[in-house]
Design a protein around this ligand. Structure first.
Ligand SMILES: C[S@@+](CC[C@H](N)C(=O)[O-])C[C@H]1O[C@@H](n2cnc3c(N)ncnc32)[C@H](O)[C@@H]1O
Ligand code: SF4
Length: 457
């Protein structure tokens, strides 16, 4: 883009932001207008899933081979529960309990093989998420790699393997082991390099420990390193956030995920303080500026990458086979997982029940997406990613017209949240900044109703 066009874009963005910022202070009913209403991590949200007595997975054999597949292990154990976290995880360092969980994961993998054939399945990725997978010992981690290789036929040389970790659980020995298993990507939850902010978040690691973990990760050497940061933490200022960003950048990470702090029900910090939404929103733009200045390319509201992705492939149809409890599986239009809860007591009960499970597809939660929901999933996944939705591709996949299916996109254009560019509709910088607010406008009435009816276990 030429310098002139860039100036026009900046002027336009400044005007739109002014209009938007004035709305930040407007009371909407009881609460303040919130640009971080809902993180549209996946569509539909787990709270829209319904209970099913028995899932007939064998009917999805064909869909399993039609798209590329990720194998995901969910490890729902952490050193402690962070104050903000409503992910499916509990504090647990008891190795007997963890061994019991791994035994259940083995039975789970076997049960998958009993009902589906994995011959011809194109596994492209292997992900260990959580929770904190690196809370496991090297032997325990080895058992999971065994399951992936020997039970499901994963070729560790061919797949991209990613693992999530926390600073206190990151040791040199474990990292060396991961390298020997061809792990390419390590993602570490640092959140902040300022001790007072880590304390507010009720994180157990120190800023110093995070630096040691990053040095170890650098020294062992992985193709891709990601650092998670959080903004909008109480006591955090523009300057302290800039310090955390610059400290993160000094490790030259391949990616940085910057999350706005969400205060969610059933978490330690819920209603413990008022987040300054205005400051949090301005922090977002500072993050974008600093990272753009360092050459990082933004692929979504949260994700910044050192190297711009080479091809813009659309996303939304990949399969995911999830092992353990807390992760979701997707096969074609079928989404399923263990019953969802964000309550600690509920998590504990579900994990205990999982450890004793003999069958894994009974009494779980599922959502079968119809064509309308598949169109929404495709649109949400691509619109909130830098590639946007390509009109011709949408037509080729669904046989219909994108604007005909989603009249609300006209509002996106009018509000300057989106623009047409290169045969696609893409978010503007303003739209990107409001991803968590405007994303909810694409949720169907059926899914919204189910989410409203959801009662936490
Ligand atoms: C599975 S965790 C990453 C690995 C590890 N469990 C850890 O926290 O160090 C995923 C990331 O989501 C982010 N996150 C989770 N809950 C959040 C919340 N309520 N607000 C903002 N970010 C959150 C954190 O940055 C966290 O690192
Ligand atoms: S943020 Fe990460 S380490 Fe903290 S409780 Fe959640 S999953 Fe565990």
């Amino acid at each position: 883009m030429g310098a002139g066009a860039n100036c026009v874009l900046k002027r336009h963005l400044r005007r739109s932001l002014k209009a938007f910022e004035s709305r930040l202070c407007i009371q909407e009913g009881e609460s303040l207008f919130d640009p971080y209403k809902q993180y549209m991590y996946s569509y539909p949200h787990k709270t829209a899933y319904q209970h099913i007595q028995h899932l007939k997975l064998e009917q999805y054999q064909q869909e399993l081979t039609e798209s590329s597949t990720t194998l995901y292990f969910h490890i729902p154990f952490c050193e402690s529960k962070c104050g903000y976290c409503n992910l499916f995880s509990i504090p647990c360092k008891n190795s007997e309990k963890i061994n019991g969980y791994i035994e259940a994961v083995k039975r789970h993998a076997k049960h998958y093989r009993d009902v589906l054939s994995f011959e011809g399945v194109r596994f492209e990725s292997l992900i260990f998420g959580g929770g904190t997978p690196l809370i496991l010992s090297i032997d325990q981690l080895g058992e999971l790699f065994d399951i992936a290789e020997n039970s499901l036929g994963i070729d560790l040389e061919r797949v991209n393997t990613c693992i999530e970790t926390s600073p206190n659980q990151t040791s040199r020995e474990k990292l060396v082991f991961l390298r020997s298993k061809k792990v390419n990507r390590v993602s570490i939850g640092v959140q902040s390099f300022v001790q007072a902010e880590l304390d507010k978040l009720k994180r157990l690691h120190s800023a110093h420990r995070a630096k040691i973990a990053l040095e170890d990760i650098q020294n062992v050497g992985f193709d891709n390193v990601n650092i998670d940061l959080i903004y909008g933490v109480p006591s955090q200022t523009m300057e302290s956030l800039r310090y955390s960003l610059e400290t993160a950048l000094s490790y030259q990470p391949d990616e940085i995920f910057a999350y706005p702090l969400y205060q969610r029900p059933n978490t330690g910090i819920y209603k413990q303080f008022d987040t300054d939404k205005d400051l949090q929103y301005r922090m977002y733009f500072m993050i974008c500026d600093v990272l753009a200045g360092k050459g990082y390319f933004q692929t979504s509201m949260r994700r910044f990458v050192k190297d711009r992705p080479s091809k813009q492939s659309s996303c939304g149809f990949e399969n995911m086979i999830s092992l353990g409890c807390g992760g979701r599986s997707y096969i074609g239009n079928l989404h399923f997982c263990e019953r969802y809860t964000s309550r600690q007591v509920g998590c504990r009960d579900i994990i205990n029940a999982y450890i004793n499970r003999e069958t894994f597809f009974d009494g779980i939660s599922f959502y079968k997406l119809d064509m309308d929901e598949m169109e929404r999933r495709f649109t949400i996944k691509n619109l909130f990613y830098y590639s946007g939705v390509t009109f011709s591709e949408y037509k080729a996949v669904f046989g219909t017209d994108l604007y005909g299916d989603f009249p609300v996109l006209q509002k996106f254009l009018q509000e300057n949240w989106a623009m047409e560019n290169g045969g696609a509709i893409k978010l503007t910088p303003l739209g990107l900044s409001l991803s968590d607010y405007i994303g909810t406008m694409l949720i169907s009435d059926a899914v919204s109703r189910k989410m409203e009816c959801y009662r936490d276990a």
